[in-house]
Design a protein around this ligand. Structure first.
Ligand SMILES: NC(=O)c1ccc[n+]([C@@H]2O[C@H](COP(=O)([O-])OP(=O)(O)OC[C@H]3O[C@@H](n4cnc5c(N)ncnc54)[C@H](OP(=O)(O)O)[C@@H]3O)[C@@H](O)[C@H]2O)c1
Length: 286
């Protein structure tokens, strides 16, 4: 039987252990991780994937693009797809730092819990891979989206990258600390915390009595959590009259989705998994 090979092209120097484990759990027989992948060196790696197996076996080779930068991941993913021609192609998935699958799980659970259309949504620390994709998915749901960064210029840079990929520009907010982020969520209905691991972004007192906030989600599973007063295991639980989702509450769906997408990569040689269809899949599974 032809082995299912997953080539992990990571834009960081060292390929992700997380993506390797989930790749195996998703059905790959063997995972080959490359670190430091960029638009210049990816071409030869893609050639090795597309020229080595016949038409019937090509579906058992697949590419997964990961790493800590959404912009670098998008550029590599674009270069991968550009290298394909005719039936010289294999299935490919982009999920830099779990961006698509994590954001999709969080936004799909929010959408399941309540309407997002026309709501004001603030993605706290929305400049990382997860936050940038959460902004895009909230926009898909019809929310009016803002992203914060400790540095306004970084928020603007991320907003520009989102505009280039998705054709909409989230409002860029500079919010250096918890006090500034508390001001940023005033008047919003949805708060999506996408800060780096172990970084608190908002205190409980700053959302519990906020009259407009309806739902909050936090992606950071490592204490201190991103949102004070939200337990990691909360899954559409009511706290202070608001629906809250913690990082482990959304993590189960994230892992299920990630595994399922990897499994689908091997069903044919022409699958492309990125923001829109990963989000659509999350809504089916949520
Ligand atoms: N629950 C799950 O299943 C799951 C799966 C994957 C990832 N995650 C979590 O999702 C979160 C987001 O992931 P990511 O890869 O997108 O994050 P990231 O790129 O590491 O960080 C996101 C943003 O956090 C901000 N930040 C960094 N240090 C900060 C600090 N000391 N104070 C305030 N803000 C700070 C930065 O924004 P600025 O510099 O612009 O302020 C950064 O762009 C992480 O907590 C990650 O662990 C969860």
């Amino acid at each position: 039987m032809t082995k299912k090979l997953l080539f992990l092209f990571d834009t960081d120097p060292v390929p992700s252990v997380f993506d390797t484990v989930v790749g195996y759990d998703g059905g790959a027989d063997h995972i080959i991780g490359y670190g430091g992948v960029d638009t210049k060196n990816v071409g030869a790696l893609v050639d090795g994937c597309i020229y080595t197996r016949g038409p019937k076996e090509k579906q058992f080779t697949a590419i997964f693009v990961g790493g800590g930068s959404m912009v670098a991941g998008e550029a590599v993913f674009k270069a991968v797809k550009k290298r394909f021609f005719s039936n010289f192609r294999v299935s490919a998935m982009l999920d830099s730092n779990g961006s698509n699958t994590t954001a999709a799980a969080g936004v799909a659970l929010l959408a399941k819990a309540g309407a997002l259309k026309g709501k004001k949504a603030v993605v706290l620390a929305g400049t990382g891979p997860v936050g940038m994709r959460a902004a895009a998915m909230l926009n898909i749901e019809g929310a009016e989206v803002a992203i914060t960064s400790r540095d306004k210029a970084r928020a603007e840079e991320a907003a520009k990258a989102i505009q280039e990929r998705f054709g909409f520009t989230p409002t860029a907010i500079g919010a250096a600390d918890n006090v500034a982020r508390a001001a940023a969520v005033k008047g919003a209905q949805i708060v999506f915390a996408a800060g780096a691991i172990g970084v608190p972004l908002l205190d409980e007192k700053d959302w519990q009595d906020n009259p407009t906030i309806e739902m909050l989600a936090d992606c950071n599973a490592q204490p201190p959590l991103g949102l004070g007063g939200v337990e990691a295991t909360d899954k559409a639980r009511e706290r202070h009259g608001k629906i809250v989702i913690g990082a482990l509450g959304l993590g189960g769906l994230k892992l299920k989705l990630h595994r399922e997408c990897v499994g689908k990569l091997f069903e044919s040689a022409d699958q492309v998994f990125d923001c829109e269809n990963i989000y659509a899949q999350a809504k089916v599974l949520a």
